[in-house]
Design a protein around this ligand. Structure first.
Ligand SMILES: *Cc1c(COP(=O)(O)O)cnc(C)c1O
Length: 245
């Protein structure tokens, strides 16, 4: 076995420490919102993180990972410990890249148009699978963000419910950057309300199993507002270092 550099050893120790801390925080936030730890999925957002470091988090107990970029996912794909964790796609997805990931991910969290839903379905059928997806909602109505507006969500869901080859399993959001926790909680609460309202409508082929919201700075608040999946990056792996491509 190759000797690890002391820098890498320190990194892995930090990840282990952070992992336990986040686990504790998730446990407490779940309790506060009247749920159990097992009701919440802790997904690590793994962009820019080496597979070796990701796999160390998996050794610590991490069971879900999510990538943002198709190229990066493909370059790391052979190295993930996929026997012990589930790989999802959480970033903006271009229709022409769907085919590159369709056989590799269990859930695509970022579907926000009929056009993208149709392409995911088309590629899924080519692989004899039904692809689970979440609908990404632009809850802050920001021009800079992808996601369907809350106003157009229902129409997209009714359209998606008619498409064979996909199954909508819930909603995902990235809310606006907020100075105050109380401000971000409003967005989380609005998302939770949509999630509950849609569940109540019992639309064919649409099930509201997952509400994916909350990142490093606000996953506790998100859980307290009803999230059952959080996507945490830098709080687990440290500050991201973007390499030049
Ligand atoms: C990077 C990323 C996260 C995690 O961000 P952190 O603030 O580092 O926790 C969550 N969701 C998506 C879609 C991301 O791209």
């Amino acid at each position: 076995m190759e000797k690890l550099s002391s820098e890498l050893e320190k990194k892995l120790r930090d990840v282990e420490y952070n992992y336990r801390l986040i686990e504790d925080n998730i446990y407490n936030a779940a309790q506060k919102s009247g749920r159990n730890r097992e009701d919440i999925i802790f997904l690590a957002a793994t962009k820019t993180v080496d597979a070796q470091v990701i796999n160390h988090a998996v050794k610590c107990g991490l069971r879900y990972i999510g990538e943002n970029r198709v190229q990066e996912l493909l370059s790391k794909y052979e190295d993930y410990d996929l026997a012990h964790c589930d790989l999802q796609f959480i970033g903006h997805l271009q229709t022409n890249k769907v085919r590159q990931i369709i056989d590799k991910v269990s859930l695509i969290q970022s579907v926000d148009s009929v056009k993208l839903a149709l392409e995911v379905a088309r590629q899924a059928k080519l692989h004899d699978k039904v692809q689970d997806i979440l609908i990404e909602v632009n809850i802050g109505d920001e021009d800079s963000k992808s996601g369907v507006s809350a106003e157009n969500l229902e129409e997209l869901l009714y359209n998606a419910s008619q498409i064979e080859g996909i199954k909508v399993r819930g909603l995902m959001t990235i809310p606006p950057i907020c100075e105050e926790k109380s401000e971000i909680c409003k967005y989380f609460e609005n998302m939770h309300r949509l999630f509950i309202d849609i569940s109540g409508k019992k639309i064919d082929n649409i099930s509201m199993d997952y509400l994916s919201m909350g990142m490093s700075d606000d996953y506790r608040e998100a859980i307290e507002c009803g999230a059952n999946m959080v996507r945490v990056g830098s709080a687990l792996f440290g500050k991201r270092i973007y390499k030049e491509c």
